[in-house]
Design a protein around this ligand. Structure first.
Ligand SMILES: [Zn+2]
Length: 474
């Protein structure tokens, strides 16, 4: 297939009207907040965050030094205590985990788990600056921005059990993140924990209010952002900024908000130098890249090529290994093929089967698994609708024979043989198999090979197809 791969289809969901929380600055009153539209319950936030946090704890170099964990938890508890009661759902499970990573970063998962990198402490000039970032993260939790993002996304992968791995994958990032994405999800976390500028501004303003009530000068938050901006371009800054984009004029509006707030009895910040000394006694912090490399097993979601399209494709190994896609399926694939994950699909391709050719992204050999939203429970109609959408991206795609009813993982499925001009010249054969998942989402498995290589790959395609096991029923 040339140009847009099939995987783009399912991402083209309708742009819904977004109901964003509004901040309403009064004449002299502090900003008030309204929760954004959210189709999840607070309890679901908690379950999701708990699962993703478990994954993050496995992947991250978590700091267990009690001087540091106690110090961080004391700041966190103080902030939670100061947060508006109306936003503190009793089901939330707050936790504050220090991580021995050098990037200036912190993140909070839905329902409460928060992770703070050592790099954030190292860059901070005062406890107030660390507390500022934590208050900002806590605000994302209380305003439920993670699941509000999921609500907006309208992506059929985003069911609760599947989201956790996505978030786990995203927070870990890089190759390790992709490995998580391969094993448990399709890497949607970037979507869920990448906040809009609106959400950022809300988190800043609510964070400023929480700080003041906890006894910290909210202007410390603005100073920390200035430090982060300065460090952008160095190792750590951009990472935080990529999920927390600068809404612009941060210092001004935080300062303005600070002027409307009364800082409570100042927090005792004497623990800060002690905590810094405790950090200094730890092993040197690692970078995310080092961590990801150490953890990396497979699944290079960011890869844009597997070999060089146009060069000969080696025969599939006779050895197979099992891979999993989300909580959705397991399948056996040749050990010499490479797994590529995207937000809605998994491709498994032989060497030279995927990459850039004459400036175009081509997928000439291999298999793809994915999902697409269906508007009907009629498999024939759902299949045809999806094929029509695919054909719009691949206008020369043609039927190569009649559709047949077949079995896929013990379910009724439809097989559709197609032909299309191969990006390598001549024709390519495309076979598509579609069936429903239990929630009515369409699942597809497709195979692609140029005519000249089709026979050589036929056996592998059949073996892969026969091994598909849909595991999504819970
Ligand atoms: Zn943020």
């Amino acid at each position: 297939m040339a140009g847009m791969p099939f995987s783009t289809i399912a991402t083209r969901t309708a742009g819904l009207a977004l109901v964003l929380a509004l901040w309403v600055p009064g004449l002299s009153a502090q900003t008030t907040f309204k929760l954004a539209k959210n189709k999840y319950t607070p309890q679901q936030d908690v379950e999701l965050g708990r699962e993703a946090a478990a994954e993050a704890r496995q992947q991250y170099p978590v700091i267990t030094d009690e001087r540091i964990t106690r110090y961080l938890t004391a700041i966190g508890d103080r902030l939670v205590e100061a947060a508006p009661a109306s936003l503190k759902d009793p089901v939330y499970e707050y936790s504050f985990t220090p991580v021995n990573l050098k990037e200036i970063n912190a993140f909070a998962l839905p329902g409460g788990p928060m992770f703070v990198n050592r790099g954030m402490f190292d860059a901070a000039a005062s406890e107030g600056e660390v507390a500022g970032v934590m208050a900002h993260e806590l605000a994302h939790v209380l305003l439920r921005h993670g699941t509000a993002n999921a609500t907006r996304a309208q992506n059929p992968w985003l069911q609760l059990g599947q989201m956790a791995g996505a978030i786990g994958g995203a927070v870990v990032g890089g190759a390790a993140g992709s490995a998580i994405a391969t094993s448990s999800q399709f890497g949607l976390g970037t979507l869920l924990l990448k906040y809009s500028r609106d959400f950022e501004k809300q988190a800043d303003l609510l964070g400023a209010q929480i700080m003041a009530r906890a006894g910290y000068d909210p202007r410390a938050l603005a100073r920390m952002f200035e430090t982060i901006a300065r460090e952008a371009g160095a190792s750590g800054g951009p990472q935080w900024l990529s999920s927390h984009p600068d809404p612009g004029n941060r210092t001004q509006y935080i300062t303005r908000e600070a002027e409307l707030l009364t800082v409570a009895t100042p927090a005792d910040e004497r623990g800060f130098p002690t905590a810094k000394a405790a950090f200094a006694s730890l092993p040197a912090p690692r970078s995310m890249a080092e961590t990801a490399k150490a953890r990396s097993t497979e699944g290079r979601g960011t890869r844009t090529s597997v070999g060089t399209p146009g060069l000969p494709v080696p025969p599939p190994s006779s050895q197979y290994r099992t891979i999993a896609g989300g909580g959705v399926f397991e399948v056996d694939v040749p050990t010499n093929w490479t797994v590529l994950t995207s937000s809605t699909s998994v491709k498994v391709v032989p060497e030279n089967g995927y990459g850039e050719l004459r400036g175009e992204s081509v997928f000439s050999h291999g298999v793809e698994f994915g999902i697409a939203r269906a508007t009907t429970r009629d498999l024939q109609r759902a299949t045809d609708e999806w094929l029509n959408a695919v054909a719009r991206q691949n206008p020369e795609l043609r039927a190569a024979g009649p559709q047949r009813v077949v079995r896929l993982s013990n379910r009724t499925a439809i097989s559709t043989p197609l032909v299309n001009p191969s990006p390598l010249g001549g024709q390519e054969r495309v076979s598509v198999f579609t069936t429903f998942l239990s929630d009515g989402t369409l699942f597809y498995y497709l195979t692609i090979a140029p005519d000249r290589d089709a026979d050589a790959l036929d056996e592998a395609f059949r073996r892969i197809g026969a091994s598909i096991h849909l595991t999504e029923a819970r």
